[in-house]
Write a protein that binds this ligand. Structure first.
Ligand SMILES: Cc1cc2nc3c(=O)[nH]c(=O)nc-3n(C[C@H](O)[C@H](O)[C@H](O)COP(=O)(O)OP(=O)(O)OC[C@H]3O[C@@H](n4cnc5c(N)ncnc54)[C@H](O)[C@@H]3O)c2cc1C
Length: 341
């Protein structure tokens, strides 16, 4: 199914945020997206709808309303309890055809990254993944979707000019949640959808909880992050030791994760986690924009790199030009000596 043949761009209005729940709570990225949706809707003179697939529309209405939703659309399917890719894709496709939102925002979570591309394909519309900024162009009313591209050498502003809805995914931590100061009535609408999951080619067999690392990386107050400059998985042991000494957690760049030196769920950056710890120690990290987008708002950044021209130094508060493999052991020893003195 494509954008309906007779539909015009101006037939589409309203900003939708698709709600995701994790660990029985609304995922924080949803509240962040609602804040942004609220800004966008104001500029477009339209409303914000939070779409919940599941039976929690009433339960979550207050929280979603406080964070920016004007309407809540709950879609309940008695036969689907957990996330099902085909259920999300099919329901959202049908709802979009019927109700024609102009913008859909989705969290760049594993779940969002799973169904958003399928949805955009079925709607035959554009999707910008992992946006780092969203705004409305005054002259056209189009959604401006900011995203680093060409290896981070340029920040592209992408527009979906000839189809609707305009779709974007955004990682957790990119936007800040907002709170309405004036209470306003949230309209809740609930519909039931019949979906036979047993007839689908793909279905969820089991959900296996990740280990505790993900939450630790995202919520850590101190992060010791390593890049390709650490040279080996064994040398990441030095980062573990440093993190233990100062009460922090270890994270990594995508290169370090791809090399298997640290788990994928500890990746910081555009396609990893956006983190804002009190202290971020970047060890052997060049500072590619896809990485710095995920950590540049840390309160204090210490960068250790042997290249004095490394890009990471342009955003660091403390710059140390040194070989990490010499500096970190000396640093750990100094901390131990200080503690014992
Ligand atoms: C679409 C897309 C999404 C991406 N998403 C992410 C993301 O989410 N997160 C991410 O991190 N990257 C991401 N990347 C990859 C990103 O562009 C960079 O390639 C990556 O961040 C580089 O990792 P690095 O700094 O570990 O390695 P490098 O760029 O190779 O840098 C290694 C650094 O270590 C220094 N060094 C080497 N040896 C030593 C030593 N002994 N002592 C001190 N310093 C030393 C070098 O001078 C160099 O600066 C993405 C790329 C694309 C195209």
């Amino acid at each position: 199914m494509n954008m309906q043949p007779n539909a015009k761009l101006e037939d589409y209005s309203g900003v939708w945020v698709v709600v995701e729940r994790s660990e029985s709570e609304i995922d924080p990225v949803v509240l962040e997206l609602l804040g942004k949706a609220w800004d966008l809707a104001k500029k477009r003179n339209t409303s914000v709808t939070a779409v919940i697939l599941g039976k929690h529309a009433d339960q979550e209405s207050k929280k979603l309303g406080i964070h920016g939703a004007d309407n809540i659309l709950g879609v309940h399917c008695p036969d689907v309890q957990d996330y099902e890719q085909e259920f999300y894709t099919r329901v959202l496709t049908e709802l979009v055809h019927e109700r024609k939102p102009e913008i859909i925002l989705i969290g760049a979570t594993p779940q969002g990254r799973d169904y958003a591309p399928r949805l955009s394909k079925r709607l035959n519309t554009g999707l910008t993944a992992d946006c780092t900024g969203l705004d409305i162009e005054e002259t056209t009313g189009n959604l401006l979707q900011e995203c680093p591209t060409y290896g981070g050498n340029i920040m592209a502003i992408i527009q979906t000019v000839s189809s609707r809805p305009q779709m974007a995914t955004v990682a957790r931590g990119v936007f800040k949640p907002k709170i309405r100061t004036k209470a306003s009535k949230v309209k809740v609408e609930k519909i039931t959808y019949c979906f036979d999951a047993t007839r689908e080619r793909a279905s969820t067999v089991d959900i296996i909880e990740q280990d505790g690392e993900t939450r630790d990386v995202r919520d850590a107050e101190i992060l010791v992050a390593g890049g390709r400059g650490m040279e080996s998985s064994e040398n990441f042991g030095l980062l573990e030791e440093l993190a233990r000494e100062i009460g922090g957690k270890v994270a990594g760049t995508r290169s370090a994760c791809d090399l298997g030196w640290i788990e994928k769920n500890c990746q910081v950056g555009q396609t990893g986690h956006v983190v804002k710890p009190r202290l971020y120690i970047a060890c052997g990290i060049s500072g590619a924009i896809q990485h710095t987008i995920g950590m540049q708002d840390s309160e204090h950044i210490i960068a250790i790199n042997k290249d004095p021209e490394a890009r990471i130094f342009s955003i660091a508060d403390t710059c140390i030009v040194a070989d990490v493999l010499e500096f970190i052991p000396a640093f750990i020893n100094a901390i131990k000596r200080f503690r014992n003195s």
